[in-house]
Design a protein around this ligand. Structure first.
Ligand code: GLU
Length: 508
């Protein structure tokens, strides 16, 4: 075990868009693999054909790619244990179910849905938990209660049957979990799960264990919702004779609603106005759109950082960890047991930190797509400078337009509060004088503009402080914004003069 190459898998079922909890599971698997120089696999668990949703697999792959979590083996790219889609491995599972029957660890069950229903009702009436288990199986139609002849007859006549695991009545099952330590279960809590269905497909439990074994998976890192299945899986490893190479388990804590009450759901996102999916998703049946981090303007590295901290911490105050740094810092030992509250404000904060770390040119390129969609033409050098002046206040590039539209067009209106307070009688004279002095300037640098502005005001015995914000509104329409004279410098001489003259015509 010790010397085995680390091999971990992310094993989603393609039943819809991937919730961020699933993305975090993928991330922790990825980080663990990279940290240990191992392999990260993507296996698609699509044995439940009734829950298959078209487009879900593509969605998952696109989400992983967007976040930079490239997998080493898996669907689409293949690998030494291909295929990695369980529906394509269909033929490999039956033999193990049959072997379990042969060895006395599983049995055929012929009960019809009606018979199962009756049993359920009987148990409920007796106020007992209604499960198919060591006690109830004795009254059902299966290869433990029927004669061998009868069983063979039924199988030969193509009757529907399933194969169930024969869980011992009362036995302690110990699951060693890297995050939780030893977790003890009693087999009485585990029912005789179906391993193989009448449609010829394995259930999740059998396929999952068979494939983890076949693909030489060393660590199973998955969400806490799978912890109750772990004892069953441990039994399967034992009964299949694979106990020695059984993977180690790590069950990750839940991601909770912002108030900590229960699991984070799509509804919480809708209510709180934040995405719970990495990418936008359009449901193929209803056409409903669920928002995604990507479309909401989050940077992939920010999303990775946000998710990393939902359950893990580095044990130091450092909060900013791009993917490569996470690989170095990550360990399962520092993953907590307690659920991790999702904090939408913190998520925005992370995006802001990453936005500030990006260079202006990079941000300008994103901003230019927005400008283009608005029909605004501007050159990259100019947009880059605008970006430099406005980015400090933004959480997302999508806010740039509101913060700096005036760099590309005349203000649509002028802040009324500032105008009514500051547009005094002397203002037109001051602005005309300012135009005259600005026209006379040879260069156009912020510090000269500031000096000219002050001199103009003082020459008319006006306190420059009284006209400063007014001047800002004349140029931008807004009461606040980037450093005033840097903004003026970037607007340029002609445009600044044009805006002052326009304001003189339009205002009071
Ligand atoms: N197919 C399961 C899922 O959708 C995989 C659980 C596991 O990792 O064992 O989450």
């Amino acid at each position: 075990m010790e010397n085995r190459e680390v091999r971990v898998r992310f094993a989603p079922s393609p039943t819809g868009p991937l919730h961020i909890g699933g993305v975090r599971t993928a991330l922790y698997n990825y980080l663990f693999a990279k940290k240990h120089g191992g392999k990260f696999l993507l296996r698609v668990e699509d044995t439940d054909q009734t829950r298959f949703v078209p487009g879900a697999e593509e969605y998952i792959i696109e989400a992983l790619n967007w976040l930079g979590m490239n997998y080493d083996e898996g669907v689409k790219i293949g690998g030494p244990f291909a295929p990695y889609r369980q529906s394509e491995r269909k033929d490999s599972y039956r033999q193990y179910a049959e072997q379990l029957v042969k060895d006395g660890f599983a049995y055929y069950a012929f009960d019809t849905p009606e018979e199962l229903d009756e049993m359920r009702k009987r148990m409920e009436a007796a106020k007992m938990t209604s499960s198919y288990n060591a006690v109830t199986r004795q009254n059902m139609k299966n290869s433990l209660t029927l004669s061998e002849d009868e069983v063979n007859k039924r199988i030969e006549s193509d009757e529907n049957y399933v194969i169930r695991l024969k869980v011992p009545r009362k036995e302690e099952i110990r699951v060693k979990d890297i995050i939780r330590g030893w977790v003890l279960f009693n087999s009485a809590q585990v029912d005789d799960k179906v391993l193989f269905k009448s449609d010829g497909m394995p259930t999740y439990h059998l396929a999952n264990v068979v494939d983890d074994h076949a693909m030489k998976v060393t660590h199973v890192i998955r969400g806490e919702e799978w912890l109750p299945s772990a004892p069953l899986h441990v039994l399967l490893y034992k009964y299949l004779g694979w106990e020695d190479s059984m993977p180690e388990f790590a069950h990750l804590p839940l991601i909770l609603k912002p108030d900590g009450n229960g699991k984070l759901s799509k509804r919480d996102g809708d209510k709180g106005g934040f995405p719970v999916f990495p990418l936008e998703w359009k449901a193929p049946d209803t056409g409903d759109i669920s928002s995604g981090y990507r479309e909401s303007g989050y940077f992939p590295d920010a999303v990775v950082n946000i998710l990393a901290f939902l359950g893990w911490n580095p044990g130091t105050p450092q909060e900013i960890f791009p993917l490569e740094e996470l690989v170095q810092a990550f360990s399962l030992e520092r993953v907590g047991k307690a659920g991790a509250k999702f904090d939408p404000d913190k998520a925005k904060w992370y995006n802001q930190q990453y936005l500030r770390m990006k260079n202006d040119g990079e941000l300008a390129e994103i901003f230019m797509q927005d400008l283009q969609s608005r029909g605004v033409e501007a050159d990259k050098t100019y947009v880059t400078k605008v970006t430099g002046l406005i980015k400090e206040k933004a959480y997302f590039v999508s806010e740039f337009w509101d913060l700096g539209s005036f760099f590309f067009q005349l203000p649509e209106s002028y802040d009324e509060k500032v105008i009514s307070k500051r547009w005094k009688e002397f203002v037109p004279q001051f602005l005309n004088k300012l135009v005259e002095n600005f026209k006379a300037l040879d260069g156009w640098k912020a510090e000269d503009l500031e000096a000219t502005f002050k001199n103009t005001a003082e020459s008319l015995e006006i306190n420059p402080g009284h006209v400063m914000q007014l001047f800002r509104v004349v140029l931008s329409g807004q009461p606040g914004g980037p450093v005033l004279f840097e903004m003026t410098e970037l607007l340029g001489q002609d445009e600044t003069i044009n805006r002052i003259e326009t304001a003189l015509q339009k205002l009071p």
